[in-house]
Design a protein around this ligand. Structure first.
Ligand code: SME
Length: 150
């Protein structure tokens, strides 16, 4: 099911008549509107030389967490672990930054450019335990394609 979105993702990413941020925003909107259990979709990127993440394009409710120090929350942990982080139940996490009380689960997949962890895609779900390996592979595919235009 997620794989059926790949052609649309590719056509957005390769449309170089638009800025990179516009294209990333369109990907967020696409994912949020087409995947029923994706309720907030956003990109965070390393903020220059600082040991922190800065919110990039996103779709869904505005969040206060536009800057996240490395190590803090699910996002900040992925910035240092370089590993996917799938959280089936956010209530069971100590090191978690709540964006909305409706969120039940979260997935964060790091984005590498030339082997360097430069950011991540972050998805919040209001559905408990919705993510599978299919989501991980799909989001890895997206990040790999995004890395080609950064
Ligand atoms: N929940 C994240 C913070 C970002 S919001 O989900 C948009 C975290 O714990 O890092």
């Amino acid at each position: 099911m997620l794989a059926t979105l790949q052609p649309k993702v590719l056509s957005i990413i390769t449309d170089d008549s638009k800025t990179v941020d516009t294209r990333l925003g369109e990907i967020c909107e696409l994912l949020r509107s087409k995947v029923p259990y994706y309720d907030w979709v956003g990109f965070y990127f390393k903020n220059g030389d600082k040991e922190e993440l800065k919110l990039g394009p996103y779709a869904g409710a505005p969040t206060d967490h536009t800057i996240i120090p490395f190590g803090k929350g699910i996002c900040g942990q992925v910035a240092v672990s370089n590993q996917n982080f799938v959280v089936p139940d956010v209530a069971a996490q100590d090191n978690y930054i709540a964006c909305s009380i409706t969120v039940k689960a979260e997935i964060v997949v790091p984005l590498f450019v030339n082997g360097e962890n430069v950011g991540q895609i972050d998805i919040d779900s209001n559905t408990p335990d919705p993510f599978s390996e299919e989501d991980e592979r799909f989001l890895e595919f997206i990040n790999k394609k995004v890395a080609e235009i950064l």
